[in-house]
Write a protein that binds this ligand. Sequence first.
Ligand code: URA
Length: 260
Amino acid sequence: MVPRFWWLVSIGPMKTASERRELLKAVYQEGRVCVECPLHETRTNVVFGSGNADAELMFIGEAPGANEDLQGLPFVGQAGKLLEKLLGEIGLERGDVFIANTLMCRPPGNRDPYPHELEACQHYLFAKLELIQPTMICTLGNFATKLLRGEPTGISRIHGQAEVRTIGPRAVRLYPLYHPAAALYTPSTLEMLQADFLRIPEILRMGPPDQPEPSLEAPPPEDSWLEGPPPEDAPPAAPQEPPPAVRDPPPADSEQLGLF
Ligand code: URA
């Protein structure tokens, strides 16, 4: 399958931070009315992510919970409060980093994400990476860690071990951490999370890893033939369905997006 935002792969370093921020807002506009997986039927709000659109450090959690679904912002419940506290202990606040999730919509009852939901949402995550261009990504918990590493190794084996990984179009310093929700009620997990957190500044000081060569041969968008004449054997075009209605999309300004 051709990734939806494939055209971002080659934007490279020539875009300024403000150009990347504007593109991020364009991706947000698309994301906030996304109907690409069934979770759009049960969500209240899309949780695109929030924070500094030019952040060096990005956190990726699992999926929005009830509070996040209501407010349209990530990590606003108890786990979010702990995340803010841990950030404070290394001299950072939410506005310094960008926080997102593997899924932008809440799975009903906070169940685990399904593979087809992760797949449908993945191109949004890659677009965020390409536009924010973080040096370092902290995955929070098993789901984000397994997804971004593309391997089944669990968080208890690899938390606190930084490595350079190419994720979608970019190489980053990937740093798996326990999920703050897991640390809320388990003191030993909290201790490990705190200790791992304290190493973040030292890893950030290593600077960005070398980037892979951008591919000059970006694949064409899936429906590119629509712009030209259809191929001889193409079936006649089906009548266009109006897009399904989406309930109460949030306002489109950057306050709601939480960009600083
Ligand atoms: N847990 C997550 O993984 N993400 C959120 O946004 C909130 C709680």
